[in-house]
Write a protein that binds this ligand. Structure first.
Ligand SMILES: [Zn+2]
Length: 133
């Protein structure tokens, strides 16, 4: 007996994040977790960049984050309608990255608590962003 096929979503950044159901704990950022030193690295890596161990596992990370800084773009670009915000965020695992921010631009401020969300993008693709809350 075979399991029913589920159609994987088309993602805007296939190597950057996992959609729900792709790995345990998804949706979330694609990251590597070192089983030796415990550090996380963005993306899938064969060697830990902190202790050089090869004992790393691919995981979904970044479900919770904190806003460090943000900037508002007033011109549409890459499928984003203006105005939109890009945030410098730090995840609960200590990963730092730029990410689109979803939701109202009012009241965005350093220290805002953020959560990983998937969002529909142009052409039926699924993208990711961070929303307050
Ligand atoms: Zn390590």
């Amino acid at each position: 007996m075979t399991a029913p096929m589920t159609e994987a979503p088309v993602k805007t950044n296939p190597h950057v994040f996992f959609a729900a159901g792709e790995v345990d704990g998804a949706p979330g950022l694609s990251a590597s977790h070192c089983r030796i030193c415990g550090k996380f690295t963005l993306g899938r890596v064969p060697v830990c960049s902190h202790c050089f161990s090869r004992d790393v596992e691919s995981v979904a990370a970044g479900r919770r984050a904190t806003l460090v800084e943000h900037s508002v773009a007033h011109h549409p670009a890459g499928g984003f309608a203006a105005p939109y915000a890009i945030g410098l965020i730090r995840t609960e695992e200590g990963l730092t990255l730029f990410a689109p921010l979803e939701g109202s631009l009012e009241g965005l401020a350093p220290g805002n608590r953020l959560r990983f969300v998937t969002v529909p993008r142009d052409g039926g693709a699924t993208g990711f962003a961070y929303a307050r809350g």
